[in-house]
Design a protein around this ligand. Structure first.
Ligand code: NDP
Length: 253
C-alpha cells in the first residue's frame, strides 16, 4: 500500500516550483486533492500534468473568502481533507525584496500578508474541513535562520511561521491535528526569475550553491519527498517542530 493511499491533500501554490513538486510526490504516494495558484494558465497545465485525481482551484491566498471557498470546494469534490500544505508565498508581485532603506510600509504589509497572515488564515479557514488527525505542513525557509541581505522581512515572516507550527499544534492537540514547518534551503524554482533580472539568475544560483554544503541547489522533489514523510503516519510522533531540507545550509555551513 502506498504511503498516502486514499488521502486527500490541498497544496497551495501547487501550480509552480516547490508546491508542484510536493503535489507530484503526493500523487506518486497515492493521494488525490487540489492545487491552487492565481495564474489560470499554469494552474491548468499543472493540474493536467498531475492527472485526474487532482483539481485546480484558482485562489488568492491573501483573500480569506477565497481560502474558505478552496477548502469547501475541495471537500465537496473529495469528501474530506487529510493533508494541508501551506506553500504559496515568497516574492510579492512587483515588490522586490529590499534592504531596509528601500522598503516601504506598503511593501512591508504585502510581504507580511503573503508570508505570514495568509499562512495563519489558511489553517484557520481549513479547520472546519480538516479531518481530526490531519497533517498540516507550513513551508518555511532557511532564511528564517540565516540572515540574507535584503530578506529581513521575508525571513522574519518565515521565522514567525516556525513559531505558528508550535503554537497551533498545541491549540489543535484535542483534534490530533499535527502542524509542522518544512523549511527549504535554496531550491531551483521560478522564484529566482522573480528575484533578479534574467542575466543575473545563473550567478545568484551559484552564490546559493556556494553556501550549501550539499554542493547543489535542491529540487522541488527533495521537498516533495520530505513532505510525503510529514504527511504520512511515518511521522505520527512529530508535531510542532521544523524540518530543514536545506542541504546543510543552516547548521553546517
Ligand atoms: P514560486 O514562485 O515558483 O511559487 C510561488 C507559488 O505561490 C506559486 O504557485 C504562486 O502562484 C503562489 N502565490 C504567490 N502569491 C500568491 C497569492 N497571493 N495567492 C496565491 N498564490 C500565490 O516559488 P517557490 O516554489 O520557490 O516557493 C514556494 C514556497 O517555498 C514559498 O513559500 C517560498 O517562500 C518557499 N521557499 C522557497 C525557496 C526557494 O529557494 N525556491 C527557499 C525557501 C522557501 P501564482 O503566482 O499563480 O499565484
Amino acid at each position: 500500500m502506498k504511503k498516502l493511499q486514499d488521502k486527500v491533500a490541498v497544496v497551495t501554490g501547487g501550480n509552480s516550483g516547490i508546491g508542484y513538486g510536493i503535489a507530484e510526490a503526493f500523487r506518486d504516494a497515492g493521494a488525490a486533492g487540489s492545487i491552487t495558484g492565481r495564474n489560470q494558465l499554469t494552474l491548468d497545465s499543472a493540474r493536467q500534468a498531475l492527472g485526474e485525481n487532482f483539481i485546480g482551484i484558482k485562489t488568492d491566498v491573501t483573500r480569506i473568502s477565497e481560502l474558505e471557498r478552496l477548502f469547501r470546494q475541495t471537500t465537496e469534490r473529495f469528501g474530506k481533507i487529510d493533508i494541508l500544505v501551506v506553500n504559496a508565498g515568497g516574492v510579492v508581485d512587483g515588490v522586490p525584496m529590499a534592504a531596509i532603506d528601500d522598503m516601504t510600509e506598503a511593501g512591508f504589509d504585502q510581504y507580511m500578508d503573503l508570508n505570514l497572515k495568509s499562512v495563519y488564515f489558511s489553517v484557520q479557514q481549513a479547520l472546519p474541513y480538516l479531518n481530526d488527525g490531519a497533517s498540516v505542513i507550513l513551508i518555511g525557509s532557511s532564511a528564517a535562520h540565516r540572515a540574507v541581505p535584503g530578506m529581513a522581512i521575508y525571513g522574519a515572516a518565515k521565522a514567525a511561521v516556525v513559531f505558528l507550527a508550535k503554537a497551533l499544534s498545541l491549540d489543535l492537540l484535542a483534534r490530533k491535528i499535527r502542524v509542522n514547518t518544512l523549511s527549504p534551503g535554496s531550491i531551483d524554482t521560478p522564484v529566482f526569475d522573480k528575484l533578479v533580472p534574467a542575466e543575473h539568475v545563473a550567478d545568484v544560483k551559484k552564490v546559493w550553491i556556494n553556501i550549501t554544503p550539499a554542493g547543489r541547489q535542491g529540487l522541488p522533489s527533495d521537498i516533495g519527498n520530505a513532505a510525503v514523510f510529514l504527511a504520512s503516519d511515518d511521522s505520527a510522533f512529530i508535531l510542532g517542530t521544523e524540518i530543514l531540507a536545506d542541504g546543510g545550509m543552516t547548521n553546517i555551513s
